[in-house]
Ligand binder design. Structure first.
Ligand code: SAH
Length: 361
């Protein structure tokens, strides 16, 4: 585990078996691990003071031995259009991350960040403009969901790892996070209700497939040809569309889970009839679903959202070509909707002279 806290271990990032082992090392009975775990991951305790059945002496020892990761709520924005809430949190080291809470008919969904910043450099994305600061710990990913659950007092039923960061660039912590989140002794969110979105790091996608999890994998495709994809995403210089298709087929083979392709529509760049035809030819044979996202313009780039008619035409074309496609409902348009915008505004306010950094593969 990444050693963010120097010599201190992070108690909320342990699985139950790991915590039992830790308690063993402290000379404690294993049922104490069960109690602590329940307080942290089921009752979502904000600190040891809430843990009424944990002896003071043990709580003090834990405080000494471990970091107890919590996030400080800095800001909440609520959309007047659809009730979507955007949260800005401060991490223990002073960095900030943002998360989004959305209410759908089928339950509440939270979109979390997996890194502070990102080094993937996608041209249309605000999260990557300042580069990567660091990976998030499993506890810091969990705590985004826990803090929001405490704040809303409502259960979260779906989690999407689609906020700031490239989750597969933080692979081990991501897997530990999924294990903890879906654990029956914790929030017990079904893996089928967890989606991980990647820009397409092929070897890591293969590694993920080999874990045989039941999560949904979403691939940010955004273009059907290498040439076009390279214009939008530097990662496309490393892995070709053919390699991506191969690993998607492998993912389905290994897990039985249908792949989701994300396709952000940019006016005049990837939204023509020809683009739709190329996409159909590429993915027709795969067990998949396409999620069309009208690009959310960021002020640092020129990209313009496709017109509504173009979005509908693109979707119809895909459907006629036998490819399942839905248009993602835009939520929270009035509240810094696109990934990374709220955090960026916060950073700029603190340091108005801040320079943007360019990332190239
Ligand atoms: N790094 C991961 C997950 C975070 S981004 C990935 O690339 O998938 C989540 C999704 O939002 C990705 O599909 C990404 O390409 C898309 N995205 C980022 N900025 C966007 C914007 N301004 N408009 C529309 N989609 C955007």
């Amino acid at each position: 585990m990444e050693d963010l806290f120097a010599n201190r271990k992070d108690i909320k990032s342990f699985t139950l078996p790991q915590l039992k082992e830790e308690m063993g090392l402290l000379g404690e009975k294993t049922f104490r691990a069960v109690q602590l775990y329940e307080w942290m991951h089921r009752k979502l305790a904000a600190g040891y003071e809430e843990m009424t059945n944990i002896p003071r002496k043990l709580a003090d020892r834990c405080r000494e031995q471990y970091e107890y990761t919590t996030l400080r709520l800095l800001q909440v924005q609520e959309s007047r259009l659809d009730g979507t809430r955007k949260y800005l949190f401060e991490l223990p080291d002073g960095n900030t991350v943002e998360s989004v809470w959305m209410r759908y008919k089928h339950g509440n969904s939270v979109c979390i960040s997996s890194q502070v910043g990102c080094r993937m450099g996608c041209r249309f994305c605000a999260s990557t403009l300042d580069g990567l600061e660091r990976n998030l710990l499993p506890s810091e990913m969990l705590e985004q969901i826990y803090a929001i659950t405490r704040h809303t007092a409502e259960r979260v039923s779906n989690v999407v790892v689609m906020g700031t960061g490239e989750p597969l660039d933080n692979f081990d912590h991501l897997i530990q996070f999924i294990t903890l989140l879906s654990d029956e002794n914790g929030l017990h969110i079904s893996q089928r209700n967890i989606t991980v979105s990647t820009c397409g790091i092929v070897p890591r996608m293969r590694q993920l497939a080999d874990r045989h999890l039941q999560i949904t994998l979403a691939l940010s495709l955004h273009a059907a040809t290498d040439e076009k994809r390279r214009e939008l995403m530097p990662i496309a210089n490393r892995y070709s569309v053919d390699e991506l298709m191969e690993v998607c087929a492998y993912y389905f083979e290994q897990t039985g889970r249908r792949i989701t392709f994300e396709y952000s529509l940019v006016k005049g760049v990837n939204d023509s009839d020809d683009d739709a035809m190329q996409l159909i030819r590429l993915i027709r044979g795969l067990n998949c679903h396409v999620n069309l996202i009208p690009v959310n313009p960021i002020k640092e780039r020129e990209y313009v959202q496709s017109e509504r008619r173009a979005v509908e035409a693109f979707q119809n074309k895909l459907e006629q070509g036998g490819v399942n496609a839905t248009v993602r409902r835009e939520m929270g348009r009035d509240i810094d909707g696109a990934c990374g915008q709220l955090r960026r505004r916060h950073l700029k306010q603190q340091d108005p002279g801040r320079e943007d950094c360019q990332v190239d593969a």
